[in-house]
Design a protein around this ligand. Structure first.
Ligand code: SAM
Length: 228
């Protein structure tokens, strides 16, 4: 049984102001409203949206500092995980890139309406030329880890992290990526495990240890057909 959505944040020791609670509430309303017109989410029941989208996105809260860092969210879709994190931590600088214009349009309406400042880029991550520049790069439900690594790791600043939000089965994917990480100048550091409604979830923390060569990311057909 899904608990009353109002208690969800409190039960997870997340303290929010009235303004932040209102921002999440409006986010939910707009998500459901726009989902009728463009495909944004399969989950629309309020408690489920709060758990599986909002709370899941906020799993990054113990990892990412509350201010003074840059975060790039690759393939953010309807804003996950970066918009909930920006609501929680208004002083982080968030950039979102998504390949679908209609999702970027939704995010523009949403960010204006709930008054959060985010940089929105319509395009493909592998075409963005900002190598080695973000403290954190996040991705949830975008591609398998090997492909995703080449899409994301080049953008991370040395000393920063690529954080991949995965389910319980990540070990095989990590194994397949040992060479991938090395070529891109990163190493697998740790996992952070948590549960959402009894489902096992995992944050994979991949640390950038040296600058990625300008050769990466390659064009998408190469990334996909000849993964590193
Ligand atoms: N991260 C969101 C979430 O967890 O709900 C959205 C996941 S959705 C399944 C995948 C998103 O990634 C889509 O919005 C798609 O347009 C975007 N995407 C896929 N490949 C991409 C790429 N190479 N560059 C930018 N966006 C990409």
């Amino acid at each position: 049984m899904v608990k009353d959505y109002l208690n969800i944040f409190g039960d997870n020791q997340i303290v929010l102001s009235e303004t932040q609670l209102e921002q999440f509430n409006r986010y939910f309303e707009l998500l459901v409203e726009w989902n009728e017109k463009i495909n944004l989410t399969a989950i629309t029941e309020k408690g489920m949206v709060y758990h599986k989208h909002f709370l899941d996105s906020l799993s990054l809260r113990n990892l990412i500092p509350s201010e003074g860092v840059t975060l790039l969210d690759v393939g953010s879709g309807a804003g996950f995980p970066s918009i909930p994190m920006k609501i929680l931590y208004p002083n982080i600088k968030v950039t979102i890139i998504d390949a679908l214009q209609k999702r970027i349009n939704f995010l523009k309406i949403l960010s204006d309406e709930i008054n959060v400042e985010v940089e929105l880029i319509h395009g493909r991550a592998e075409e963005l030329k900002r190598n080695n520049s973000y403290n954190y790069v996040t991705a949830r439900a975008v591609a398998n880890l090997r492909v995703l690594s080449e899409l994301c790791i080049p953008f991370v600043k040395v000393g920063g992290y690529f954080v991949s939000l995965k389910g319980p089965k990540y070990e095989q994917e990590i194994k397949e990526c040992s060479k991938t990480f090395e070529v891109l100048g990163a190493e697998f550091e740790d996992t952070l495990k948590y549960q959402i409604l009894n489902e096992e979830k995992t944050l994979l923390l991949i640390k950038k240890i040296k600058e990625t060569s300008d050769k990466y990311p390659r064009k998408f057909n190469k990334i996909k057909n000849k993964p590193l």
